[in-house]
Write a protein that binds this ligand. Structure first.
Ligand SMILES: *Cc1c(COP(=O)(O)O)cnc(C)c1O
Length: 384
C-alpha cells in the first residue's frame, strides 16, 4: 500500500471495491445478507459487526482517504461520534471540547454524559492555549472542529496533537467541513478523525451516514463499543455511499474553487459587511489555514449590511436553496441564529460574534456566474 500509494481520485474511484468474481461487472455487487456461514470461515459476518463485504470494503476507501490504518462506517455522523466518545471515555473521565461545536455533538455531550458520569469542559476559545487551560488531571480526550461552524475559525491541528501527546491525552477531530480532500489531520498527529458522511462523502443530500478513521488499535476499541450500540449503516446505503464517494475528489475540488471565487466577490460587494472564509487574506487564521489545509473548503459565511433583511434576502433567492444541512452539489444558505445556534440566547450569540445578519453558505458545483447573479438579484429585490 505505501509502496504503491494511489492519488486522491484513484482512491475515490477504486480503493475498497468489492470484486465481482462471478460476473466480472465493473462496480461492486451489493451483499444484503444479514446471515453468513459460520463454519470454516475467517470472519463471522453480521451487519451490526460492521463487517459485511460492502461495509468492510468501503471502510478501506475511507481509511485510505484519511491516511489511517482502518475505518468504520456508521448509520449517521452522530452514531460515529457517540461511539467514538464512549469507546474512550468512562465514568470519572473528562473530555475537553471546543466551544464552537456542531449542535448535535454539543447536545450529545450535555444531555448524555451526565448519565454516564463523564465530565467535560467547553473551551473559552479555539486557540491551543484555550485547550491547554481546560485540561484536568482526568482528561482522556481532546476533541476539535476546524474549520468551525459557522465562523470558520481555524484551530492549530499540529499544536493540539502535540499538546495531547505531551500529556498522554488522545485527540480527535470532526473533519466534516474540510473533508479529506482539503485536510488530513492524521498526518498532523491527530489520533482519530470522524465525519458526518451525510455531508461531503455523500455529497448529494440523500444519504445519512458517518465514519471514523484511526489506527487498528483505536478502531478495535471503537468496534467493541460500536457492536454494542448498534449504529451500523444498511448495506444498501453503504453501496450508495461508495457510488457517491467516487466523485468526492472532483466534487469537493470544484466546490472549493467556487467558494474561493465567491468569497472574494462577496468581500468586495457593497451590501456585504463581512465574509468569513479561511482562504481570504483578511481571515485572522489565513496563514494557519494555509499551513494545514491543501484547500480552504467550500463553506463560508457572510454578513449582509444592516439595511437588508437577511431572511427576506434568502426568500428572494431563486437558484440557491435556503435549507438546512450542507455539502451537497447544490448551493444552500441558512441563518445560523434560526437553525444551528437557535438554542443560544442573543447574549450568548453576541459573545461568540454571531450576528443575525450572518448567512452560512454551502457552496455547490454550479457555475459561479449563475450563483453571483442569483445573489445579486436577491439583494436587489430585498432593497425595496
Ligand atoms: C452534520 C454534522 C454532524 C452530524 O452528522 P449526522 O450525519 O447529521 O448525524 C457532525 N458534525 C458536523 C460538523 C456536521 O456538519
Amino acid at each position: 500500500m505505501t509502496k504503491n500509494k494511489f492519488g486522491l481520485n484513484t482512491i475515490c474511484t477504486h480503493t475498497g471495491e468489492v470484486k465481482d468474481e462471478q460476473f466480472k461487472g465493473v462496480v461492486s455487487p451489493i451483499y444484503l445478507s444479514t446471515s453468513y456461514e459460520f463454519l470454516d470461515v475467517d470472519v463471522k459476518r453480521y451487519p451490526r459487526y460492521f463487517n459485511t463485504p460492502n461495509q468492510e470494503h468501503l471502510s478501506k476507501k475511507i481509511a485510505a482517504l484519511e491516511h489511517a490504518e482502518a475505518a468504520m462506517i456508521f448509520g449517521s455522523g452522530m452514531a460515529a461520534i457517540s461511539t467514538m466518545f464512549l469507546a474512550f471515555l468512562r465514568q470519572g473521565d473528562h473530555l475537553v471540547v471546543q466551544n464552537t461545536l456542531y449542535g448535535g455533538t454539543l447536545n450529545f455531550i450535555k444531555e448524555e454524559f451526565p448519565k454516564y458520569g463523564i465530565e467535560y469542559t467547553f473551551t473559552n476559545g479555539y486557540k491551543v492555549e484555550d485547550f491547554e487551560a481546560a485540561i484536568q488531571p482526568n482528561t482522556k480526550l481532546i476533541h476539535i472542529e476546524t474549520p468551525s461552524n459557522p465562523l470558520m475559525t481555524i484551530t492549530d491541528i499540529k499544536a493540539i496533537a502535540k499538546l495531547g501527546k505531551s500529556k498522554g491525552i488522545l485527540t480527535s477531530i470532526d473533519n466534516t467541513f474540510a473533508s479529506p480532500v482539503n485536510q488530513n489531520p492524521m498526518d498532523l498527529g491527530i489520533d482519530m478523525v470522524m465525519h458526518s458522511a451525510t455531508k461531503y462523502f455523500g455529497g448529494h443530500s440523500d444519504i445519512l451516514a458517518g465514519a471514523v478513521a484511526s489506527s487498528n488499535e483505536h478502531m478495535e476499541r471503537i468496534w467493541n463499543v460500536g457492536k454494542n450500540l448498534g449504529g451500523s449503516l444498511s448495506d444498501m446505503t453503504v453501496w450508495m455511499l461508495e457510488r457517491s464517494m467516487k466523485t468526492l475528489g472532483l466534487r469537493v475540488k470544484a466546490q472549493t474553487k467556487n467558494a474561493m471565487k465567491l468569497a472574494k466577490w462577496l468581500e468586495k460587494h457593497p451590501k456585504v459587511s463581512k465574509v468569513y472564509y479561511p482562504g481570504l487574506k483578511s481571515h485572522p487564521d489565513y496563514k494557519l489555514a494555509k499551513s494545514q489545509m491543501s484547500g480552504f473548503g467550500a463553506m463560508l459565511s457572510f454578513e449582509l449590511t444592516e439595511d437588508l433583511d437577511a431572511l427576506l434576502f434568502q426568500k428572494e433567492l431563486k437558484l440557491i436553496k435556503s435549507s438546512m444541512s450542507l455539502a451537497g452539489v447544490e448551493s444552500t444558505m441558512l441563518s445560523p441564529y434560526l437553525t444551528s445556534h437557535a438554542l443560544l440566547s442573543q447574549d450568548e450569540r453576541d459573545a461568540i460574534g454571531l450576528s443575525n445578519q450572518l448567512i452560512r453558505f454551502s457552496v455547490g458545483i454550479e457555475d459561479t456566474k449563475d450563483l453571483k447573479r442569483d445573489i445579486e438579484q436577491a439583494i436587489n429585490s430585498t432593497k425595496h
